[in-house]
Design a protein around this ligand. Sequence first.
Ligand SMILES: *Cc1c(COP(=O)(O)O)cnc(C)c1O
Length: 519
Amino acid sequence: MIPFLPLKDVTAKYADEIHEAVSRVVDSGWYLQGQENERFERDYAQYIGTDYCVGVGNGLDALVWIFRAYIELGVMRPGDEVIVPANTFIASVLAITENGLKPVFVEPRLDTLEIDDEQIEAAITERTKSILIVHLYGRCAYTEKIGALCKKYNLKLVEDNAQAHGCKGPLPPKGGVYLADPILYPLLKEYAQKNRNHPTEAESLLWEILSRRRIPAIQQRTTNGNSPFRGHGGLKFRRQHIIGKYIADFACLETKLIIEVDGKYHNLEGQQEEDAIRTKVIEDYGYRVLRFTNEQVLYDTEHTLEKIKSACLTPPSGGRGATGSLGSAAGHSFYPGKNLGAFGDAGAVTTNDKELADTIRALANYGSTRKYVFKYVGRNSRLDEIQAAVLDVKLRHLDEDNAHRQQIANYYYDHIKNPLITLPNRLPDVHNVYHIFPVLCERRDELQAYLTEHGIQTLIHYPIPPHKQECYREYNHLSLPITEQIHQQELSLPISPVMTLEEAAQVVDAVNSFLRSAS
Ligand SMILES: *Cc1c(COP(=O)(O)O)cnc(C)c1O
């Protein structure tokens, strides 16, 4: 049986570090609002690239608190309208209605499955105060058009980032550079392969060393000799890794480190300028760049390695432009099955707005601004110390886990070929962390039964859209045909940080033989 998401195995991957973190909290005697929370909030804010992060009880609450805080701050009033994609998990809508705000549903595009930015403007009225975008399935839903509409109509852009931790948006255009052009991607892939086949002498030597995982990870320093990387000694590097429109010589996703090995022509004046731009752009994606010359690698190898090692001991910093940093505020869920999952309920809000962050912190703590002083009628919705400690461990592996999901997804894109099955448009990896791998099929239920027969577990995300749910009777009459079509046709294939390519190949074989096995 190929499971949809074997959480037990996902946890086992980092079991030593997680057990150590949990024990630390258990032994500390301090279980709420302590230093674990503080550390995770700091690290997650840095990872997402915002000034503030407030840990809360779960992802739904994170979204509820954002709108509630805007109401407390006088930015919104009950009865105001919030634009929301009709194709989403119900929590996005619950966060709006729980605050007495009115959801205005906008259809998705059939090729992206995300909100159709062409249809948003027609839904804006005088009462519209916000657009809630949902990075559904792990895909970035933000577009520059959405950003422009928020500016034009003075709307708060709120992100539901429950499914897209680690995903990047399109960077705001700077100096006209527009990144990760999907059109360039196939070409870059071809170049990367060529470069891999024809490395320079220095690249060969460095790859020899890096591919043997001789660079230790940060965590090894803290786990009393219990290496979290069982089975091998250290960090995993990739060579000829595509970032935006560039190909980096070597990349370690876990520590967000890029290593470039430059030949002689990098000393030329124009080239240095080019390199500086390239470095800046790569840094915007959250990576750090180390540059070495061929000579340094070939003739001063030990020193070069020392520099790489010491860079790897500094934790990665967040980059600009991550989903969760694109709007005014974002809600994150750490439900166990999410890309960054806790061992129970957990969530967070990220924002650059200090007043909003302070208000949310108070609201989620009974409405208290100081001990026994209550400014708001709040609730109790806090992130506990054990979850924070677990999340901080898993955050350090998130990019690596996402990269694994991307590898599986790319395999699916390369190999699934069945005229009865449609895949959503393919995005460059930076814009999709593949929380879910959705496919559309008119004969979805048959496909699901067929895959079950072939030992493949699938799920449906989701069978009934929010506006057709019993709890939203007042919206049941709405006709949102694209959303309804997606809910009738969507099937989610297995994908996880522990799925093997062999398993992916089995899924592909089964999917490709659906209704074609007889011929
Ligand atoms: C999971 C999820 C939520 C809710 O998060 P919880 O932590 O389960 O409350 C909200 N929105 C989306 C899109 C989700 O997938």
